[in-house]
Design a protein around this ligand. Structure first.
Ligand SMILES: [Zn+2]
Length: 338
């Protein structure tokens, strides 16, 4: 089958690799319907994370079940399924506590930009839809595998409540999904921090009420000006740099909360400053599995349309161009069709 392999920073290729097979009785094999390139794939592409040996790429997927292992009874061949980027048994104490992305049997998906995918822990990971979705729903359903679920977790971790004020730091696909989540969870005012016209437009369409284009302390000052001088109730940090984390912490009011879902790269937090700020912090890889049934329903109902974050669609064979376009910020997110 054809699959994406990274050889070195900037060197993405599509190659012939063996089709995956059932290894454990808890596995399933799915035929990929659509997959995509994630902002976090760019860390390796840009050389900011070591590549090491050539390896497959991709952790977002929707597909049709081809085959299941003997322990898998929750899905069957022929069903359309969505799963998280982190697999989970959905039965261990961490899963039952709502943190499926920290399951004791967790495996991170890493081979999804390919024609077929092996899904470990398939019983707890995959959620089948009642019916095969129409083609126009596929992009939105695909976002539930990571970015929309991650934006949802950012809003939950930041404790967005009806009537509250939320700030979203980061205007990538996760940040834009965070705007959708804040709106759905009832935030009255949603301040999107963005300086790109196309992303601002989408943020407003998704429910942002205000835009802040400044960054750093200037951005913080503008947020404070919009929030009675004290900062926002909830701040969704969707980038993962020192600057974005500082911006998030300083934009939050005393007693408010930051949900941080951008994978931190060289981020340090000053303990004493955090202590005196009274700001609550919760982050980590999103427990996307916990939200799948609810978010699938919202997509089928037409309540949310996060698939709009895809502004480039390419055949899998042209995946290298998908990475390049995102790296050069010509595209927000690339959808791939095998
Ligand atoms: Zn578990």
């Amino acid at each position: 089958m054809r699959a994406t392999v990274i050889h070195a920073p900037g060197d993405i290729r599509v190659e012939d690799v063996p089709e995956p097979t059932i290894i454990a009785p808890t596995d399933a094999i799915i035929r990929t319907v659509v997959t995509c390139v994630c902002g976090s794939d760019l860390w390796a592409y840009r050389g900011l994370e070591p590549v090491g040996q050539p390896h497959p790429m991709g952790h977002e997927y929707v597909g049709i079940v081809e085959e299941v292992g003997s322990d898998v009874t929750s899905v069957r061949p022929g069903q359309f399924v969505i799963g998280s980027f982190a697999t989970s048994d959905n039965t261990c104490p961490n899963c039952l506590a709502g943190y499926q992305s920290n399951c004791v049997h967790r495996e991170f998906m890493s081979t999804c930009q390919a024609e077929y995918i092996r899904i470990p822990n398939a019983q707890g990971t995959l959620v089948a839809t009642d019916e095969h979705p129409a083609d126009e729903l596929l992009p939105s359903l695909l976002t539930l595998s990571d970015v929309m679920g991650t934006g949802w977790y950012a809003a939950k971790a930041a404790e967005v409540r009806p009537g509250s004020t939320a700030v979203v730091v980061g205007d990538g696909a996760v940040g834009l999904s965070g705007v959708i989540a804040a709106k759905e969870l009832g935030a009255e005012r949603i301040i999107a921090m963005s300086r790109h016209a196309d992303r601002q437009k989408l943020a407003l369409e998704f429910g942002a009420t205000d835009l802040v284009t400044e960054r750093g302390e200037e951005g913080v000052a503008h947020v404070r000006e919009l929030t009675g001088g004290v900062g926002a109730d909830s701040v969704l940090e969707c980038v993962g740099t020192q600057e974005s984390m500082r911006q998030a912490l300083h934009s939050t009011r005393p007693g408010g909360n930051v949900g941080f879902v951008g994978v931190p790269h060289d981020v340090a937090i000053d303990g004493q400053e955090l202590f005196f700020s009274h700001v609550g912090l919760r982050g980590g890889p999103a427990p996307v599995r916990a939200y799948l049934p609810d978010l699938i329903q919202r997509v089928f109902d037409g309540r949310i349309n996060p698939g709009k974050v895809f502004d480039l669609t390419l055949p899998l064979e042209q995946v290298a161009e998908g990475y390049k376009a995102m790296d050069e910020r010509r595209a927000i997110k690339t959808l791939l069709t095998p």
